[in-house]
Design a protein around this ligand. Structure first.
Ligand code: 6GU
Length: 232
């Protein structure tokens, strides 16, 4: 079972992870998701978790020790841990990364806010605790914090675990796992009944019953869409 621990100063922000697909996966015992409040590990009387940056500059930086205490608490076993630190300066998340996370034992998500987390936290867990540390971004834009990025990554990762999806065949056919000789493709367009909707017809080939020709058409359409996305 994949054990997911998420540390945030806004634990309520992560409530949607109890719903739908991920809620069911937890009920079935395929994954566990535990959400932890960073502020419980604040070390000063005002329960602050941030401070001004060394070297000056705007904004605040999250202090190392509350993170250290929180991560120690969720990793007090001999198991293997992967620490995922959410930051717009991280490596771009993609389907391949989701695939690799879905095969792990323990994922710990550190949701940074403000100008990020003291850089020694990543260094400490990589060098002193032998964690695999991944600094990850979900795209080229800036969010207020790592919570939404964590939800994106958890959802993309969990649905790759055997048993989480109702129909595992749908994994094989979807965007970014469909491949041709040039690499990853987005999905072909899909249609369902009625065959004529407000004067618009479903492509005739899909009604033909010719599975070989349908497969060729779908690959051609996926390639056309992929090309259109990479031009602009
Ligand atoms: Cl992981 N965090 C923040 N704050 N902004 C982001 C991001 C993460 N990924 C893209 N933008």
């Amino acid at each position: 079972m994949l054990k997911i621990s998420i540390i945030s100063i806004f634990p309520e922000y992560l409530k949607p992870l109890e719903l739908s697909l991920l809620g069911k996966a937890q009920e079935k015992g395929l994954i566990s998701i535990d959400i932890h409040d960073l502020r419980k590990h604040a070390t000063d009387p005002h329960h602050s978790v941030d401070d001004t940056p060394y070297g000056g500059g705007a904004g605040m930086v999250m202090s190392a020790e509350p993170w250290g205490l929180a991560i120690d608490e969720v990793s007090n076993s001999e198991a293997e841990f992967d620490l995922i630190v959410l930051t717009p300066a991280g490596k771009k998340f993609d389907q391949q990364m989701a695939m690799s996370f879905s095969k792990k034992e323990n994922l710990i998500f550190a949701c940074g806010r403000y100008e990020g987390i003291d850089a020694r936290v990543s260094k400490y867990y990589a060098e002193k605790r032998n964690f695999k540390v991944h600094e990850v971004s979900i795209g080229d834009y800036v969010l207020g914090g790592g919570e939404v990025a964590t939800m994106v990554i958890v959802e993309a990762t969990a649905r790759l675990i055997p048993g989480v999806l109702g129909n595992p065949q749908s994994l094989k056919e979807e965007s970014h796992t469909l491949t041709n000789k040039d690499g990853s493709l987005v999905e072909y367009p899909n249609y369902t009944k009625p065959a004529n909707w407000r004067g618009l017809e479903v492509p005739e080939i899909l009604l033909s019953g010719n599975h070989g020709e349908i497969e060729k058409w779908r690959i051609k359409e996926a390639e056309r869409r992929t090309q259109a996305l990479t031009k602009e």
